[in-house]
Design a protein around this ligand. Sequence first.
Ligand code: HEM
Length: 469
Amino acid sequence: MTNSSSQMDFRVDAPPLRLPVPIPLDRPLGTLGLLMTLRRNPLEAWTREHFEQPIVIQKHLLGHIAVVSDPDGIRRVLLDNAANYEKDTLQRRILSSGLSGGLLTAEGDQWKMQRRTLAPLFSRRAVDAFAPAMVAGARAMVERWRQRPDGAVIDISAEMARVTLDVLVRTIFSEGLGGDPEVLRNAMRVYFDTIGLIDPFDVLGFPDYIPRFTRLRVRSTLAIFDRAVESIIATRRRRLAEDPERVPRDILGLLLEAQDPETGRGMSEAEVRANIITFIAAGHETTSNALTWSTYLLSLSGEWRAAVEAEAASELDGPMEGIADRMTTTRAVLDEAVRLYPPLVAMSRQAIGADVLVGKPIEAGMMVVIAPYVLHRQPRLWDAPDVFDPNRFLPGQRDAIDRYSYLPFGAGPRVCIGQAFAQQEATIVLGEIIRNFTLELPTGHVVTPMQRLTLRPENGLPMIVRRRR
Ligand code: HEM
């Protein structure tokens, strides 16, 4: 099954696996069809041309949209000429409410200041220090599954959402949520489920004072969350003033102490709150879906499952420092899962001034879309793009991948700040699952990828979970 004479030529020989994806359309949808598809499952709106061409410019409801799938063109948008491309208004509307004022939606000087201030929270050292909280979250999940009868059907999607939220809560608020944690968890679930819905009013550019039916429940749940966070911050500030030595070094503590290295300015109360909500919003469903897809893919491949199991058995009881770099097989599976099913299907930007991308003129105001889902399946850039083959991400082989052909975490100045956090967490959680359980899809269950805020299996992912002896 495997040959591993040295790490450089380690590979797993497994039969090719073809996976469920919507079949690309032959031609673009009309206005009504597009609106309905965006509401139901935007993944079904891509055409064959998108998967084959380096750039596709089409006229839509919002004007001209350029979808760029060429590594040089993408590098220009995200890095070389990044100042000319800001996050577009549609994206900001969809993310809106609780997230405004946080790193994800900020622009210009406000974004620069926040990024400088927040960088140390997600440094390698900081992320290493979060490993015990990640292990504790993963082991609590393992315990929960052990309480269930052997062979029970468990919705892995819901469980991954639960464990990733648990890890965020443990790393942000290491002393717990206070009050009634279930009420708060519920409020968070409703809030983060709802902000992902694409409202037709947003697509049509209706002004913000017209209520969005998709979001009516959001305001009240956000208020519950806001009040709870406010009270946690107040308690923590009091304790910081009384005895700074004994205050835990969780994300909340780091946020309250964070200072802009250029100006020495700390974060306002509103900025601390907005960024807590931002980290949960940006880090919860994304990591949860990366794990869900990885678990699904491993359930289909006995060879890769065995390789991950062997690695987990040899690494997960040892020191946690640099664990995500040492567990190269598990990482390769995760990297391949987010190639095939990138949690963020697309990133969008609006051109401030005119530019030229892949030889085509881009006018000021035009929307430019970079879609990892489409980019990662381009036959020009990938061998057998629709096949699950983590070998391509093993040490020695991954160097052949162009930086701008593979963008699950974005690139350039706005690259995901939580990448190392997510990779470490996902490696630990996936390793713990695989070394403790075997998972099998119930006969007849069809997995359909569906895009909300992130890419997830429609109707969850039921799996038969058996304890390993
Ligand atoms: C598998 C998990 C994750 C994926 C696939 C992912 C993906 C991304 C991508 C593609 C971007 C860039 C968006 C753009 O350029 O428009 C981004 C930005 C961001 N991510 Fe992640 N992310 C993940 C986990 C996390 C985690 C765990 C956190 C925090 C705890 C986080 C926080 C953020 C923030 C704050 C930004 C905005 C950065 C900025 O604009 O400066 N993400 N993420």
